[in-house]
Write a protein that binds this ligand. Structure first.
Ligand code: N01
Length: 498
């Protein structure tokens, strides 16, 4: 990998890690502001992040496509109300084409370590191939959920058939006519199950916790509408605004014992009764925790798929896996050709994506040992000129992640502008700001259903939610709207490093 820089001294102004929505969005904003001394470093060979990697059958977004795209790059041609994986991936490729980003991206650049030189106020990224690059500012846009979580079920390695995690799908493996076991009933499972069910001989679904599932109301967007959107962009904008408020209005579900939660649960149960007539199956898949505590799933075809004769839902728990199949806790042995692990991702609260050394050699993994913390999910005290996109406590419970990403892009651009205009070497978040911000976040969190209603990947081992934003997304937009330099200690630029 050859790393070039626009600056004569081999120093980039900004190094972005990750070419998903966050990294692509920031690159576009930088170019629009006339900044060219930046590069995106991407471990893979294409843009797209999770939308490049998650190619399992049925992979799609559960946020409507007009909302799950940049406000500054509307796509009038979305073919479905909820975009599929391929279409969203193509959208990001289109963004890279349109804004001429390909030359700005170094592919197959896997960052293994990032380190801040306090004297020079410069970050160095070290790559797996032994190369390194220096930059004044680093922005980690590495996504929150990208490392698959493999369950620690005894015997999984002994299974002689095919094992596939949904996030590492093998497109060359044909499931047709096979006996398939699916482990997990989260957002990925409810998409893959209806998609593979018609093709497989049998599908045994291993459910540990029954999720809340609501109708998705997905469908094709008629070509006439698409033409109208292309001709009158204001119509698409209005559609987007309507979708935003429709989803945003469900936010109170996150609050414990809310009337909306109870109403939502009634609607969920009614939907379940309508879709599943068999009382035994219905009983099995009836959720037993408060709505909203885990992600509320949207699907039109999950419940119908469960009623098909070649599908069985097992809820006794998995005892072990052997060479030929899965043994349930009740002793039942299910012979299988393939096991699909729809078991989710490693939790972001577990720490930094790779070792990150800040001022004075402090380690982000060590600082985040008891749960990750940042200011507005973007800046961390002791790590000057390091910014995160979709860092701690900025995950949306109910709305498009792109809304949060765009709020952060605006803040990051203001941060970078301030550095440049004031000729500063670095900005370091004041410790008191981070502490107070996170105390407020965790106090608000205590009022939500996430911290007491169920066990979910949102929580750290000691029950702290460092994942989601405990408020409305418009509140996040307002809080992050203005960059306030008084929250940061600044380091003046020293002539020797200019
Ligand atoms: O993963 P999950 P996911 N034995 O962690 C079960 C995003 N996403 O990939 O609930 C048996 O939600 C586990 O059981 P339990 C979205 O943010 C978005 O589905 O812990 N079962 C659960 O049922 C989402 O929240 C889209 O009891 C085991 C399942 O596996 C996030 O990704 C689409 C087990 C894991 O569910 C993760 O979703 C897809 C074991 N040992 C994903 N270990 C969009 O549409 C785990 N499970 C945008």
């Amino acid at each position: 990998m050859t790393i070039r820089s626009d600056s004569a001294n081999g120093l980039l102004d900004t190094a972005i890690v990750g070419a998903g929505f966050g990294g692509i969005g920031l690159a576009i904003k930088l170019l629009q502001e006339g900044e060219s001394s930046f590069r995106i470093f991407e471990k893979s060979e294409d843009v797209g992040g999770v939308w490049r990697d998650n190619i399992y059958p049925g992979a799609a977004c559960d946020v409507p496509s007009h909302l799950y795209s940049f406000s500054f790059e509307p796509n009038p041609d979305w073919s479905r109300t909820f975009g599929g994986q391929a279409e969203i991936h193509q959208y990001l490729q289109h963004c890279a084409d349109k804004y001429h980003l390909w030359d700005k991206i170094r592919f197959k650049a896997t960052v293994e370590r990032a380190s801040f030189d306090e004297k020079a106020s410069i970050w160095t990224l070290y790559f797996a191939d032994g190369e390194s690059v220096r930059a004044r500012t680093v922005v980690f846009a590495v996504g929150a959920l990208n490392i698959p979580a493999y369950p620690s079920i005894p015997g999984l390695d002994a299974f002689k058939g095919k094992v596939m995690h949904t996030a590492e799908w093998d497109p060359d493996y044909d499931l047709s006519g096979k006996k398939v076991g699916v482990i997990g009933t989260g957002a990925s499972a409810i998409q893959v199950v209806p998609e593979i069910q018609p093709a497989v001989e049998s599908l045994t679904l291993y459910q540990r916790t029954a999720p809340w599932v609501m109708p998705k109301r997905d469908g094709w967007i008629p070509p006439a509408w698409r033409k109208l959107y292309a001709r009158f962009p204001i119509l698409q904008k209005l559609h987007r605004i309507a979708q935003y408020w429709m989803f945003e209005s469900t936010a109170p579900v996150m609050i414990k014992n809310n009337w909306m939660t109870r109403m939502g649960e009634r609607l969920g149960r009614r939907y379940l009764r309508r879709m599943i007539k068999d009382p035994v199956l219905r009983e099995k898949v009836t959720p037993r925790y408060a709505l909203g505590c885990k992600r509320v799933l949207l699907s039109d075809d999950y419940y119908p798929a469960l009623t098909k004769p070649n599908v069985e839902v097992l809820t006794d728990g998995i005892e072990r896996i052997d060479e030929t199949g899965i043994v349930s806790r009740d002793g039942r042995h299910q012979k299988l050709d393939a096991i699909v692990l729809a078991t989710g991702f490693q939790v972001p609260a577990a720490g930094a994506p790779f070792p990150i050394e800040g001022a004075g050699g402090r380690s982000l993994n060590e600082d985040w040992r008891k749960g990750s913390e940042a200011y507005l999910g973007m800046t961390v005290t002791g790590y000057p000129n390091m910014l995160y996109i979709m860092g701690p406590n900025t995950g949306p419970g109910n709305i498009s992640v792109i809304f949060y990403i765009e709020s952060q892009l605006r803040y990051i651009m203001a941060y970078l502008k301030h550095l440049r205009q004031r000729n500063l070497a670095a900005l370091d978040l004041k410790p008191s700001v981070q502490q107070q911000f996170n105390e407020n976040i965790q106090a608000k969190m205590q009022k939500t259903t996430w911290v007491s209603g169920c066990d979910s990947w949102y929580l750290t081992e000691d029950g702290k939610n460092t994942t989601l934003w405990p408020g409305y997304s418009w509140q996040y937009r307002l809080q992050s709207k203005h960059f306030d330099p008084s929250l940061y200690d600044c380091v003046r630029l020293r002539p020797s490093v200019v």
